[in-house]
Structures are given as C-alpha cells and as structure tokens.
Design a protein around this ligand. Structure first.
Ligand code: 5GP
Ligand code: ZN
Length: 112
C-alpha cells in the first residue's frame, strides 16, 4: 500500500508538497514538476502499484479514468491526451502507477 522510498507515495501522504488539482480517498492529482505541455497533470492512486499492469482493482481503474473526466471538465479542457507509461521501455521513470493529462498545445500523433 505504501512504499517507503517511493516519491509518489510521499506526495500522496503529503510528505512531499505538490500542487493538487483533485483529491478523494483513493486518488490524488497534481501538477507535474517538469511539465511537457502547458497543462500537465499527474493522477495517482494513493495506494502503491508499480505499473498499470499491477493494478488488480478494476473499480479503481474506472475511478482513475473518471478522475480524468472530472479534472478536464473542471478546468474546461476539451482537447487533451491521457498517457500511461508502463515500464521503463515505454518511458516510465516513477514506479508508482500514474496517468498523465497533457493539454494546451498541439500534440503530435503518433507520439515518439
Ligand atoms: P513517467 O515518465 O514515470 O511516466 O512520469 C513521471 C513524471 O513525474 C514526469 O513527468 C516527472 O516530471 C514527474 N515527477 C517526477 N518527480 C516529481 C515530483 O517530485 N513532483 C511532481 N509534481 N512531479 C514529479
Ligand atoms: Zn508509491
């Protein structure tokens, strides 16, 4: 549930500060410290799962996508991309599962 050396567990616990944009019992969303787009938000389950592949709670998976809807609606963001990097080969650097919301600029497709 909580991993001692995990930076996102520390953010979820409030031990490391973050700019929060959404929070409930199970989920936290905050601004990315090194944004790759004018709007770059990270959504995490408060419980520690290393990767998307490790999330065995289907209700939570649905809630994470509902959080994307709520956050983008609340911020009136119509055009956005949601990304989940699963594993280092896919660009994952922080091994606490998270979704990215990217918006505010033209996003290339296909991605690099
Ligand atoms: P990944 O590459 O694992 O999919 O994405 C990790 C993201 O976390 C990166 O975009 C990086 O900028 C962000 N990040 C890493 N450390 C911190 C931090 O301490 N605070 C915040 N707000 N974002 C972080
Ligand atoms: Zn963690």
């Amino acid at each position: 549930m909580y991993k001692e050396d995990c930076i996102f567990c520390k953010i979820a616990q409030g031990q490391i500060p973050s700019t929060k944009v959404f929070e409930n019992d199970e989920i936290l969303a905050f601004r990315d410290i090194n944004p790759k787009a004018p709007t770059h938000i990270l959504i995490i389950p408060k419980a520690h799962y290393e990767t998307l592949s490790d999330v065995d709670n289907e209700t939570l998976l649905g809630k994470l996508l509902q959080a994307v809807q709520q956050i983008t609606k609340g911020l009136e963001i119509e055009h956005y991309r949601t990304v989940i990097n699963n594993g280092s080969g896919a660009g994952q650097e922080v091994f606490h599962m998270h979704l990215h919301i990217l918006a505010g600029r033209k996003l290339d497709w296909p991605p690099g």
